[in-house]
Design a protein around this ligand. Structure first.
Ligand code: GDG
Length: 460
C-alpha cells in the first residue's frame, strides 16, 4: 500500500460536526483542524471518531462531507467526571503552568481511564492493520497505548494541542506514570513547541525510565519520534475574507460605532483564566492613568467567548473580569465613551474578520497557551501590512512570531509600555514587522502542519 492510499483515522474528543437538535441535522463545526483534515480524510476515505457533544444520546455512524463519522456515546455522568472533572479541572490547569490549582480526584481519574478505553474500543472496531490512527489532544492521552494492545494498526500518532508542562509540575499528578505510558504507546508524538517536546522527553526519561533524547525515545523495545509541529491556519482563506468589500465595510461600521477613536485595540479569546484577559485590562488602565491625554483616543474591544460554564473556575473568572470592566469604565469613562467595550458572546466568522480589520492593535496576552490561533488569524487578515501585534512570551506562537511586540503578561508596567509603544508605532515599523509576520504565518500554514504531522506516520 502506498502512502497516498493509506487511510487516516482521526480519534478526537469531539466529532468535526455538531448535532442541531431543532433542525435534526449535523452541521460542520468551523475551525482550523477541521478544514485542514477534511481534504485529507476525503481523499483517503478516512474516518473521524469522536463524541457528538450530546450526552446520554446514541447516534449511529454516518457520512458527512465525504467523511465517515463514528460517534462515541458519553453519559451525563461521564461528561461531568471525565470532561468537566479530569480534563478541565485536573489536566487543563496542570498543563497550563498550574495558573489555577489542579484538582486531583480518584473519582475523576477512573472515568478518564474508562472513557479513554471506550474511545479505543470504538476505534479498534474500525481500524485495520493498513490504517493510521491519529489521536488528538489531552482528553485522550491513554488511547495510544490502548490501541497498541487492541489493534495491529499500521502506525499510531498523537498530537497535543496544549502545552506539555515542566516535569516539576507534571510530577505532582498521581497518575503521571499511566499518562506517560499511555502516550508512549504512539509511534509519533507531536507538540506545538520545542519547550513542550523537551518537557515531555524529560518527564518520560525521569519518571518512567524511557531512554533516548529530545527527538527520539526508546521504550519497551520500540522507537518513538518526538516532533515539533506548530499548528497553523488557512492563510489564503483569511486573506480572501479580510479583503472582501463586505468585510471592509463592516470594519468601518465597527469603528464608527465605537465613535471613530484613533486607536482600536482588540482582544478575542474564549473566556478562560489562561488567556490573561484581566491583566490586559489592568495594563490599559495603567496606561490611561499614566497618559490621561489618550482617554477617548484609545479603546479596547474585548470579545469573550463563553466557554466551559459548567466549571466553577470559569464562572469565577467571568465574575472577576466583568467586575473589572465595570470598575475601569466607572473610573475612566466619559458619557458615551467607555475605554472598554466588552462582548460576552461568540460572533459569526465574517464579523470576527471585520474586527481583525478594524483593530490597529491586537492584544494577545495568555499566561500560557499551546499556540494561540487568534494571533495568527490577525496577522493573516492584515494583508496590507498595517497594525501591531502584542503577544505574550508564554504563547506557543511566540516561538514563531518573533517580530511581534513580545511581552511578559504578568508585568503590568511592561505591558502598559508596550501598549503605549504600539499606539505610537510608525507606519514604516508596522509594515516592516507585519510583512515578516505574514511571511512566517503563510509559510507554516495549516496544510504545512498537517503534512508535517502525517508524513512520519506514512500518509501523504
Ligand atoms: C486550543 C489551544 C491552540 C474565537 N472567538 C470566536 C471564534 N474564535 C476562534 C478563533 C480561533 C479559535 O476560536 C481559538 O483558538 P485559539 O488557538 O486562540 O485558542 P483555544 O480555543 O484555547 O485552542 C491553543 C489551539 O487549541 C489549536 O491547536 O492554538 O493554544 O488552547 O480559531 O478564530 N470564532 C468565531 N467567533 C468568535 O467569536 N467564529
Amino acid at each position: 500500500m502506498t502512502p497516498s492510499e493509506r487511510r487516516a483515522v482521526v480519534i478526537a474528543n469531539r466529532l468535526p460536526v455538531a448535532w442541531n437538535g431543532k433542525k435534526k441535522e449535523w452541521k460542520t463545526s468551523p475551525g482550523g483542524l477541521v478544514s485542514a483534515l477534511t481534504p485529507i480524510l476525503q481523499e483517503t476515505k478516512g474516518v473521524w471518531i469522536g463524541w457528538s457533544g450530546v450526552p446520554d444520546r446514541e447516534f449511529e455512524p454516518f457520512d458527512h462531507s465525504g467523511i465517515r463519522q463514528v460517534p462515541v456515546f458519553l453519559s451525563q455522568e461521564e461528561y461531568e467526571s471525565f470532561y468537566v472533572g479530569f480534563c478541565n479541572g485536573t489536566l487543563w490547569p496542570l498543563y497550563h503552568d498550574a495558573v489555577r490549582e489542579p484538582q486531583f480526584h480518584r473519582h475523576w481519574w477512573r472515568p478518564y481511564r474508562d472513557v479513554n478505553q471506550k474511545f479505543a474500543e470504538t476505534a479498534a472496531k474500525t481500524l485495520t492493520s493498513e490504517d493510521v490512527a491519529w489521536v488528538q489532544d489531552y482528553q485522550l492521552q491513554l488511547v495510544p497505548k490502548m490501541l497498541r494492545e487492541l489493534t495491529t494498526v499500521h502506525r499510531i500518532g498523537f498530537y497535543l494541542h496544549i502545552p506539555f508542562p515542566p516535569v516539576e509540575l507534571f510530577a505532582k499528578m498521581p497518575w503521571r506514570g499511566d499518562v506517560l505510558e499511555g502516550l508512549l504507546g504512539a509511534d509519533v508524538l507531536a507538540f506545538q513547541s520545542r519547550s513542550s517536546r523537551t518537557n515531555f522527553s524529560v518527564a518520560a526519561r525521569e519518571l518512567v525510565g524511557a531512554r533516548g533524547s529530545t527527538r527520539l525515545l526508546e521504550w519497551e523495545g520500540r522507537e518513538i519520534i518526538l516532533q515539533v509541529a506548530p499548528i497553523g491556519i488557512d492563510t489564503t482563506m483569511f486573506k480572501r475574507h479580510a479583503s472582501s468589500e463586505v468585510t471592509l465595510a463592516t470594519a468601518e461600521l465597527i469603528r464608527s460605532r465605537l465613535g471613530d477613536p484613533k486607536i482600536v485595540v482588540l482582544g478575542v479569546d474564549r473566556l478562560d483564566y489562561t488567556k490573561g484577559i484581566d491583566l490586559r485590562m489592568r495594563a490599559l488602565q495603567t496606561l490611561l492613568d499614566r497618559r490621561p491625554d489618550l482617554a477617548g483616543d484609545v479603546v479596547l474591544v474585548q470579545i469573550a467567548v463563553p466557554s466551559r460554564e459548567d466549571v466553577a473556575e470559569y464562572r469565577k473568572i467571568r465574575r472577576d473580569i466583568e467586575g473589572l470592566v465595570g470598575r475601569i469604565n466607572g473610573d475612566l469613562a466619559q458619557v458615551g465613551r467607555p475605554p472598554i467595550h466588552y462582548l460576552y458572546r461568540s460572533v459569526p466568522f465574517d464579523e470576527l474578520i471585520a474586527y481583525y480589520r478594524a483593530a490597529d492593535v491586537m492584544l494577545v496576552t495568555p499566561l500560557r497557551d499551546g499556540m494561540n490561533l487568534v494571533a495568527k488569524e490577525y496577522v493573516a487578515s492584515r494583508y496590507d501590512n498595517t497594525g501591531a501585534l502584542i503577544l505574550s512570551e508564554f504563547a506557543g506562537a511566540a516561538e514563531q512570531l518573533t517580530q511581534a511586540l513580545l511581552v511578559n503578561p504578568y508585568d503590568l508596567n511592561g505591558l502598559a509600555d508596550m501598549l503605549e509603544r504600539s499606539v505610537a508605532m510608525s507606519q514604516d515599523e508596522q509594515a516592516r514587522r507585519m510583512s515578516l509576520l505574514r511571511g512566517s504565518v503563510a509559510r507554516h500554514d495549516v496544510f504545512w502542519w498537517a503534512e508535517r504531522c502525517l508524513a512520519p506516520l506514512g500518509i501523504e
